[in-house]
Design a protein around this ligand. Structure first.
Ligand code: NAG
Ligand code: NAG
Ligand code: NAG
Ligand code: NAG
Ligand code: NAG
Ligand code: ZN
Length: 464
């Protein structure tokens, strides 16, 4: 009764925004979806995805691009996939950057001595062995910096952008990250000697959150780090009270020559159209803090589980289901871009590209990007997820690693899930196994598997 009621509510909701397909779209039998869901939520695969991720994240730890830990993780998963008997397990080499953090610290010297909570940003240069001691200018925006450009000379500029994260837990990320990414060069343009930016975090327990930054070649490269939300606000209050602020910053960060990295690939071949593909993916690299559990160990592991479930049930869709675990997403989709270049000829035969990189919390459904015709097909498949209450379909579905395909017209999808706390942990020491829930990870894997199989088993490629 409960299920019937839910089905009605969700169907009516979806009818409001999308007209129901009139043509007879034949999707995979509900029976297959039910078996996939049963296996991963109740059967032999219950808890396996979380278990695999915990073993990886505990044993190998975080997997920074260019670090040996990322290569170890690839080998670990590759061995396990081969041992399991998955098909076409192989790596594809890519060239990836090798940034190293080294030691780093920031000391508040005035108006009192205190340790500041910082994390150097990926790509940043270091301070040199003597460090940098300077007074501070705090600004909330680039407009404010431009208005006070003269005051920034020889100072450390602190960017403290404000955003209502409660109101828009995901929507604040972009506007705040603009300062993490570009702050150093904007500050350098005004003659600053270093740049600190407020962490892009929805909640904080004095935790700095790292991430990638980049330099505008027109200006000198100055060191860049993120600062905890609390410390950024404290520095702003000092300035408001006209108290002079001085900081000592020391960072050993440097970029070494590029190294070889690996995208890891495995498949369950299609029965009748093995030349056509559904791609499921996540990135295996992470930042060098925490365990990279949520970003993006979880997305990588549910994508692997899709193949494990099909293999365990000896189910083959018409088309090939391919899992790709990307290398070096965190420095700008580096491995995925090279994959796209090498596989561009597959644009016509790629039915959909799916990437889970926004958490594997309690799943709600799918975020989808494609034509309205394709969306109708997705809507039809979504009915097979009513039993686990994960049948929402909303517009979205981009991802750094799949965007090159989506830009070429291939439909794209990501997991819709209750990721309201994603940016509380993202790129911080808090991104550890404890943020994930094994039951929810199983449900997320179920959603991923049902869509991957059902789309791979359609009579035609998804419409474009
Ligand atoms: C990998 O990371 C560890 C821990 O931060 C560090 O000690 C080691 O030097 C890094 N290796 C490379 C090759 O960057
Ligand atoms: C800080 O200095 C400015 C400029 O001298 C002055 O207008 C302002 O009242 C001062 N604020 C406080 C809180 O002392
Ligand atoms: C895949 O192969 C089948 C049969 O050989 C062919 O009909 C189909 O057009 C191919 N798909 C693509 C996208 O080329
Ligand atoms: C189903 O999901 C909705 C959100 O989409 C939630 O409000 C509701 O409580 C869920 N019901 C069950 C039985 O989990
Ligand atoms: C994990 O999530 C499930 C439902 O999705 C919930 O019933 C359970 O209490 C959660 N476990 C923990 C430890 O929070
Ligand atoms: Zn990620």
């Amino acid at each position: 009764m409960m299920m019937y009621y839910l089905f009605l509510v969700l169907t009516v909701t979806s009818l409001k925004s999308h007209s129901f397909p009139t043509e007879d779209i034949r999707t995979t039998s509900k029976a297959v979806s039910d078996r996939l869901i049963e296996l991963v939520t109740q059967g032999a695969f219950r808890g396996v995805t979380y278990y695999r991720l915990a073993a990886l994240a505990d044993t190998i730890g975080p997997r920074l691009c260019g670090n040996e830990s990322l290569t170890q993780a690839v080998q670990w998963v590759q061995n396990a996939m081969e041992g399991e008997g998955l098909e076409n397990v192989h790596v594809e080499s890519v060239k990836i950057p090798h940034w190293v953090r080294g030691e780093e610290r920031a000391q508040l010297l005035q108006p009192r001595r205190a340790k500041l909570s910082i994390l150097g940003l990926g790509n940043s240069v270091g301070t040199g062995p003597k460090g940098i001691q300077a007074s501070v200018l705090v600004v909330r925006s680039y407009d404010e910096l431009n208005a006070r450009c003269d005051e920034a000379r020889n100072k450390i500029v602190v960017f403290n952008p404000q955003c209502d994260w409660q109101a828009q837990p995901v929507g604040c990320y972009g506007p705040v990250v603009a300062y993490r990414s570009g702050g150093a060069s904007h500050a350098a343009k005004c003659g600053a000697v270093a740049s600190l930016s407020r962490s892009a975090a929805s909640h904080s327990i004095d935790s700095p959150h790292t991430g990638m930054m980049s330099y505008d070649p027109a200006y000198p490269k100055i060191p860049a780090a993120s600062l905890s939300v609390e410390h950024a606000d404290m520095l702003e209050r000092f300035q408001r009270r006209n108290q002079s602020i001085a900081i000592f910053l020391y960072m050993e960060a440097q970029t070494l020559p590029d190294v070889i990295g690996y995208n890891l690939v495995a498949e369950v071949k299609g029965s009748t159209l093995p030349n056509e593909t559904v791609l499921v993916s996540g990135h295996l690299d992470s930042w060098d803090v925490g365990q990279g559990a949520m970003d993006d160990g979880g997305g990588a592991m549910i994508s692997w589980t899709v193949l494990s479930l099909l293999h365990a049930l000896d189910i083959r869709a018409k088309r090939t289901v391919r899992c790709v675990l990307w290398s070096c997403e965190e420095f700008g989709g580096i491995g995925a871009d090279q994959y796209f270049t090498a596989h561009e000829n597959e644009v016509p035969s790629m039915s959909i590209v799916m990437e889970s990189d926004m958490g594997v919390f309690h799943p709600l459904g799918l975020e989808f990007q494609g034509t309205s015709k394709a969306q109708q097909v997705i809507q039809t498949i979504s009915e097979q997820l009513v039993s686990i209450n994960a049948s929402q379909v909303v517009t979205g579905g981009g991802g750094t690693d799949i965007d090159p395909w989506v830009e070429r017209g291939v439909p794209g999808a990501s997991l819709r899930n209750e990721n309201y706390n994603y940016f509380a942990y993202h790129h911080s020491n808090g991104d550890m196994m404890n943020v994930l829930n094994s039951t929810d990870v199983d449900l997320a894997a179920a959603v991923w598997a049902v869509y991957a199989y059902a789309i791979a088993d359609l009579d035609t490629l998804l419409p474009r």
